[in-house]
Design a protein around this ligand. Structure first.
Ligand code: FAD
Length: 285
């Protein structure tokens, strides 16, 4: 399949990308191309112009700032999976990035493209929601920030405005004393996309659970944020029986069903993998 004709321009900075987007409303950003190029080839989208941000180094890389982890939107899945800072500060993000697709996808695909595309079967959105990340954007009116829990609004849809570029994802440190996190998934055998993914983060205070968050991808059309604040585990022992009971009571409405898995099966996977992810996170705390 060949895409429809388009113009191509390369941006050298995030601001230039925003200016170029403002010049032509029928433009789209190109990062790693691993979601956009297939969409172009299938003619599911046919923009007049591609704005290549692939060499905008100011939005690439991982660093620590003010006790948070900052991941530039152009950072590849492989760079995240192999980053010692991410492995030590946000272990389940490194785990999720390392489970994406295959080496080619991980070497080209970026975190910004992954969350902007908002495929319900993508791995990173559930982790970012469970950890309470913040998405930073630059647009014609300057900078703004959106909590990851509010960023994903529907199937392939986000709160990002068309003229904005994602610049950075800010992640609270989540592997300090008492915290544990884990990401587990059942992957489609051909693409690696999640049939069901579960991202869990647990804070233990001695034998008591102080907080727990849990989010799923692959199960519903938009990331399913099961608990952020107000986990039923908080204040209790978070032993296996408590985790099993909490997940058994979880309502998972309107699951997706397709040729790969029925909605009913995805819910069953979510219950099994939610329990496993929470237990793994607790055991790491
Ligand atoms: C064979 C295959 C297997 C895959 N398996 C998995 C998997 O197992 N798990 C998984 O999570 N993903 C998987 N993916 C998707 C992969 O992670 C993509 O790389 C990712 O979803 C998109 O990132 P990208 O950098 O390639 O973005 P692109 O394809 O370049 O762009 C995707 C969209 O995001 C927009 N965009 C890109 N960067 C920005 C930015 N900084 N600001 C605003 N908008 C932006 C683009 O305009 C476009 O609309 C797979 C892809 C393929 C081809």
């Amino acid at each position: 399949m060949y895409p429809a004709d388009f113009d191509y321009v390369r941006a050298t900075s995030a601001q230039e990308a925003v200016d170029l987007l403002a010049q032509n409303a029928d433009s789209v950003l190109l990062a790693g191309g691993h979601s956009l190029i297939p969409m172009l080839k299938l003619r599911l989208t046919h923009p007049a112009r591609l704005i290549d941000i692939g060499r905008v180094d100011e939005i690439r890389g991982v660093c620590e700032k003010d006790s948070t982890l900052r991941v530039g939107s152009l950072t590849t899945h492989n760079e995240i999976a192999s980053s010692e800072i991410v492995q030590s500060q946000c272990r389940f993000l490194a785990e999720a990035a390392g489970k994406i697709g295959d080496p080619q996808v991980r070497n080209k695909g970026t975190i910004g493209g992954n969350i902007a595309h908002a495929d319900p079967a993508s791995d990173l959105p559930a982790v970012l929601v469970a950890v309470g990340a913040t998405v930073h954007l630059l647009g014609p009116d300057g900078n703004r920030s959106i909590a990851a829990g509010d960023f994903f609004t529907g199937l392939l849809t986000t709160a990002k405005a068309p003229g904005e570029i994602i610049t950075e994802i800010e992640i609270p440190a989540c592997c300090e004393e008492g915290f544990g996190c884990a990401y587990l998934k059942v992957e489609h055998p051909a693409s690696g996309y999640a049939v069901c993914g579960a991202a869990a983060r647990v804070k233990m205070d001695g034998g008591t659970c102080a907080a727990a968050s849990l989010a799923f991808n692959g199960v519903t059309p938009v990331v399913f944020n099961a608990w952020s604040d107000g986990s039923p585990l908080a204040g209790g022992p978070a032993d296996d029986a408590a985790i099993d009971a909490a997940i058994d009571e979880l309502a998972i409405d309107e699951p997706m069903g397709d040729i790969h898995a029925s909605g009913e099966y995805r819910v069953a996977l979510a219950r099994a993998y939610g329990k496993r992810a929470l237990k793994a996170a607790r055991d790491r705390s």
